[in-house]
Design a binder for this molecule. Structure first.
Ligand code: ACO
Length: 432
């Protein structure tokens, strides 16, 4: 980013205030208001931060108007074919460029050597209720890593950071699979060091002690793709949560655990569950897609078309486009049918020509098709947001690293517009 390329003037109380304007590498402009409070006791009002750039970042670029998403400058579409590789993308997001073979092999080796959980941690895991929400288990277990891996609480060196990142990415997969197995009353299947990340996850999820699950190439590729498409999305709710916690110089585990909790919400990562619930209830109730679109437009009806709309994209979410064709590919290859996919396609077709959705620029987002793909792999709905978290973890680590090592990084501490009582007196209990 250039230092500043332009300036803006703010006129207030007959006083002109000069403000620098920065330009990002893609031409986006940002007014620097950092001195407004210090010099003029003025704050800016932006309650959901929809208009505030909270950092300089070189990880991910989004152009929501044009439906563009790039990781480290590479368009997301280029990670689709021929063989997507989640671990390669994770390395690139965290370390800033595509790895060479030696770097990738070294990273993979750390992942493989650290896929088991510390026995003490496993003991703690077994004390959690079997039917606890999987996202609550995940956030608790990531927090707990700070108890069992104290050597990674201080990450000032890139090599140590790599060790921490690899452990997190590796162990989160084991935690996710063990959470599912325990909830089903099934024995744990330990990771197989000879398997790649995605195949190994499917093995831990679905193998039996007496019968190895046959992971098809199509399923492995589809899972790789889902994880890649979720790997980062610049300053979204959970990434911002990670940055806020990190800015207090909290450790990587504490910060990523906060990211999991933010992602859990239905307006963020939890939306993929809502999409499936919506499609299932349309299917079971035998409702017509036309009536659902009508209900979604009705202000007096709380029904929303989940998987539609996005704070940043005012165009087709490029991830949804890729997932839609991945669904077509996988379903064709496996000769698989899912009535929910037919309903989703119909809803999309109707919405994309309906003035309500067109005028508001509401298009399918990443969650609209990801659930259908996960369901085709046999992943249960209550694990969908955990799958999103597995994919997003490299992004959180990259955002943490950038925040932690940023020049002059300070604790993130927004201001407020106070609208409460003016100064008032404390009243004794008996006089209230
Ligand atoms: N169905 C029907 N109407 C919608 C939808 C929808 N899915 N999304 C937005 N609208 C309408 C709103 O009612 C509003 O209409 P109005 O102008 O008449 O009041 C208008 O479109 C603008 O919507 P906002 O809620 O102001 O948009 P915002 O940018 O704040 O919210 C959000 C974005 C939260 C994603 C919203 O579109 C939504 O709730 N979508 C459904 C949930 C979802 O799919 N979330 C996943 C997001 S992707 C992710 O986190 C990975």
């Amino acid at each position: 980013m250039s230092e500043f390329s332009d300036s803006a003037k703010l006129l207030i109380d007959n006083q002109e205030i000069d403000l620098d304007v920065y330009t990002g590498v893609e031409g986006e402009r940002s007014i620097d208001i950092t001195s407004l409070y210090k010099d003029h006791q003025l704050t800016t009002y932006d309650p959901s931060l929809g208009n505030t750039a909270i950092c300089r970042s070189s990880i991910t670029y989004i152009d929501g108007e044009r439906g563009v998403l790039r990781y480290r400058g590479i368009p997301i579409e280029q990670f689709d074919r021929p063989k997507p590789n989640f671990i390669e993308v994770a390395w690139a997001l965290i370390f800033g460029r595509l790895p060479d073979q030696e770097e990738l092999d070294q990273f993979r080796e750390i992942l493989t050597n650290n896929e088991l959980l510390h026995e003490g941690m496993l003991g703690q895991f077994m004390t959690l209720p079997v039917d606890a929400p999987p996202m609550a288990i995940l956030s608790a277990m990531i927090s707990m890593m700070a108890c069992y891996h104290k050597e990674f609480l201080l990450l000032e060196d890139e090599k140590i950071l790599m060790g921490a990142a690899a452990r997190l990415i590796s162990k989160v997969r084991t935690i996710a699979a063990f959470t599912y197995r325990r909830s089903m009353g099934l024995p744990f299947i330990y990771p197989d060091p000879n398997m790649r990340y995605c195949a190994n996850f499917l093995h831990m999820m679905f193998s039996l002690p007496y019968k190895q699950f046959a992971v098809s190439e199509e399923m492995e590729d589809a899972l790789n793709l889902i994880l890649i498409l979720h790997a980062d999305h610049e300053q979204n709710c959970s990434a911002s949560a990670v940055r806020v916690v990190c800015s207090a110089q909290a450790n990587l585990f504490a910060s990523c655990s906060a990211g999991v909790n933010a992602l859990w919400g239905p307006l963020h990562g939890g939306a993929n569950v809502k999409v499936m619930e919506m499609l299932e209830s349309i299917y079971r109730g035998g409702y017509r897609a036309e009536d659902c679109i009508k209900a979604a437009k009705d202000r007096n009806n709380p029904f929303r078309l989940f998987g539609f709309g996005h704070r940043v994209y005012r165009n087709y979410d490029p991830r949804a486009k890729i997932l839609k064709s991945a669904c077509d590919r996988l379903f064709n290859k496996l000769k698989h049918n899912d009535p929910l996919l037919d309903i989703a396609r119909k809803l999309e077709e109707l919405a994309l020509k309906d003035p309500y959705f067109v005028d508001r620029k509401l298009y399918p987002n990443v969650d609209f098709y990801s659930g259908i793909l996960l369901r085709a792999m046999g992943i249960p709905t209550n694990m969908f947001t955990v799958m999103f978290a597995m994919g997003r973890l490299p992004g959180w680590i990259a955002q943490w690293k950038e925040q932690h090592f940023a020049d002059g990084a300070k604790i993130i501490r927004p201001r407020q517009l106070y609208v409460g009582n003016p100064k008032s007196n404390y009243i004794e209990m008996e006089r209230r």
